[in-house]
Design a protein around this ligand. Structure first.
Ligand code: CAO
Length: 415
């Protein structure tokens, strides 16, 4: 079966995490992704957080599946010529270097357009135009700048970053959407365009509900926040612990074994229409007849007591037992799953969300496959390339160099 992006060639100038997440998804959709890496060392993540000496790290292998690797230094004379040919031969160029790095290599957008008017040139930067546009940015900085950190954490404690890589991988996924839209527009216009995603913007987009709450604050306290009705609200959205971001109250409660198992917890949402079943399950049928508890409005100021009662019940059961009882009652709930549990989850293996791949140097490892499922374009997850594994192959078939040209490029240190 063909793949959705078959025939699309990507000039992948990405490194670390944000850009590589984007091009990895494009590769899973079937694009030919040519990853350009600095001769000798390659993407810095190949050597970062290594678990096995002298072998590409999991950081690299889990972000660069299904790509081909070409070592190239565009700052050399031969490298500049090869890079020029690649721009002519590719459909999309993706990069996430520090601001201005590609320009300094001698390839500003104007020149790229001249070389290939159909080229889509996609970039991740930390910030959009403005006071911080020249800053280098990593994940946690983006989380801070995009509003995630000020709104995450325990109430009245210090701000907290989240383990989800919403700045890096989150921005990479936003960039995928921009590239696909630009490819579609090119079908009609015949022209490429510039696609840019700032990490701050992507994080803020993911924190949309918190900007909603900022505006609601002007009209009174945020009644679903744990600070209501007894705590104080300032002039900015506060941290809300584990309160639900939606209109239905939710919280994390302990389950059996919590004293020794750090993940023996479950998230329970007291959705109004499922509340009668929940109340009965925890032995609080009395609440349903009592006007002090029977309506969401009556319960709102005493959510802490509601969840304390739920917890008394959940502490007598393990989290999967709670799931088994509450789900048939349509009570939305979710166990706190550890990475160990996720790695061992059979259903995720079956859907290709967790995939085992074989690597010639490290052996078998697990990766997260494509979370976006296309029925006519299922991904075959392949291992990441070794550094420069496809250099000669690409120079011959895409760039059109012969053996003498390759030898000269090598002599100059261009590849
Ligand atoms: N051959 C020769 N030189 C190369 C090369 C190659 N194949 N690939 C990159 N380089 C050079 C660049 O040209 C640049 O040189 P100059 O600064 O002299 O122009 C240099 O390598 C380093 O690039 P950099 O500044 O991007 O790298 P860094 O490690 O200092 O910074 C990062 C990393 C991520 C902070 C920065 O790239 C950045 O802010 N990127 C945009 C935001 C982003 O994507 N952040 C998320 C990263 S994932 O956590």
């Amino acid at each position: 079966m063909g793949k959705a992006l078959e025939g699309v060639r990507i000039l992948d100038m990405t490194h670390v995490q944000s850009g590589p997440t984007c091009t990895q998804i494009l590769a899973w959709f079937g694009a030919d992704v040519i990853k350009i890496e600095r001769p000798g060392s390659g993407d810095i993540t190949r050597g970062q957080l290594r678990d096995i000496p002298d072998v590409d790290s999991l950081y690299f292998t889990m972000l660069n599946a299904n790509k081909r690797s070409l070592t190239l230094n565009p700052k050399t004379e031969a490298g500049n010529e090869i890079f020029t040919r690649l721009i002519e031969e590719c459909d999309v160029m993706v990069e996430n270097f520090a601001p201005g790095a590609i320009d300094r290599m001698g390839f500003p957008w104007e020149k790229i357009q001249e070389l290939n008017p159909r080229m889509i040139y996609a970039s991740v930067k930390g910030f959009g135009p403005g006071p911080y546009e020249d800053c280098k940015v990593y994940e946690n900085i983006a989380q801070c700048a995009g509003g995630a950190v000020s709104t995450t954490g325990e109430i009245d404690r210090f701000p907290m970053v989240t383990g989800a890589q919403i700045g890096d991988s989150g921005t990479g996924i936003h960039l995928v959407a921009g590239i696909l839209a630009a490819l579609l527009q090119r079908e009609k216009s015949g022209k490429g365009q510039r696609v840019t995603c700032a990490m701050q913007d992507s994080v803020l987009n993911l924190c949309r509900v918190k900007l909603r709450d900022q505006q609601r604050l002007a009209h009174g306290p945020l009644t679903e926040y744990p600070q209501y009705p007894n705590g104080e609200f300032g002039d900015a959205v506060p941290r809300a612990g584990n309160a639900s971001g939606g209109g239905q109250p939710g919280w994390i409660v302990k389950c059996k074994g919590w004293e020794t198992d750090p993940d023996a917890y479950i998230y329970v949402i007291t959705q109004a229409r499922a509340f009668p079943g929940l109340a009965k399950a925890i032995g609080h049928e009395d609440w349903l007849e009592d006007p002090e508890w029977s309506t969401p409005e009556a319960r709102l100021p005493k959510l802490d007591q509601v969840f304390a009662e739920i917890e008394k019940w959940t502490m007598t059961k393990d989290k999967m037992e709670v799931m088994g009882i509450l789900n048939p009652l349509n009570v939305p709930c979710g166990p706190i799953l550890s990475m160990k549990e996720l790695a061992e989850e059979d259903a995720l293996r079956q859907t290709g969300t967790v995939v085992e791949v074989d690597h010639p140097e490290r052996g078998k490892y697990l990766t997260v496959g494509n979370p976006i499922k296309l029925s006519d374009s299922p991904p075959d997850v392949a291992r990441s390339p070794l550094l420069g594994e496809h250099t000669e192959e690409i120079l011959k078939s895409v760039v059109g160099l012969d053996d003498a040209g390759i030898a000269e490029a090598r002599r100059q240190g261009a590849i």
